[in-house]
Unconditional design. Structure first.
Length: 146
């Protein structure tokens, strides 16, 4: 049930990014949609208890988030990159505590962090919409000043 709720929130966030977002937001939406499919394909790739396939996808998403945060002036992308960095770091837990049954600790933390990431999707949609509104108002003010 929790997985369905998280998937539903994720899809709502992605729809918000596509509907109200700009290029940055739609790029993240496309990557997330890719991740939703790809994670099922790479889930079996494990080294002992370390989920190498999922870890590589999370690392790739972190790289995309960092690049977008550095190249674009959207504050929500910085939060996204930070939360994704936490998710990537949780993949280190099974490597540090092998055979100590901490695998589910990392998975649980990743699920919780994913909800924070989903919240940033809604913030990103709002920021994009607000940025367009501010641009329109600035152009209108500039036209009135001329």
């Amino acid at each position: 049930m929790a997985t369905i709720a998280i998937l539903f929130i994720t899809l709502l966030g992605v729809v918000a990014l596509i509907r109200w977002g700009g290029v940055e937001e739609r790029t993240v939406a496309a990557v997330v949609l890719f991740l939703l499919v790809a994670v099922r394909l790479v889930e079996p790739w494990k080294i002992d208890t370390w989920r190498a396939g999922v870890a590589s996808l999370d690392l790739g998403f972190l790289v995309v988030a960092i690049l977008l945060a550095l190249l674009r002036d959207r504050w929500w992308l910085t939060a996204l990159a930070g939360f994704q960095a936490i998710a990537v770091l949780t993949h280190v837990v099974p490597l540090l505590a092998q055979h100590r049954h901490f695998t589910w600790t990392g998975v649980t933390i990743r699920l919780e962090v994913w909800l924070l990431i989903c919240l940033t999707f809604f913030a990103g949609a709002w920021e994009s919409r607000a940025a367009r509104r501010f641009d329109r108002e600035n152009r209108k003010d500039d036209a009135n000043d001329a």
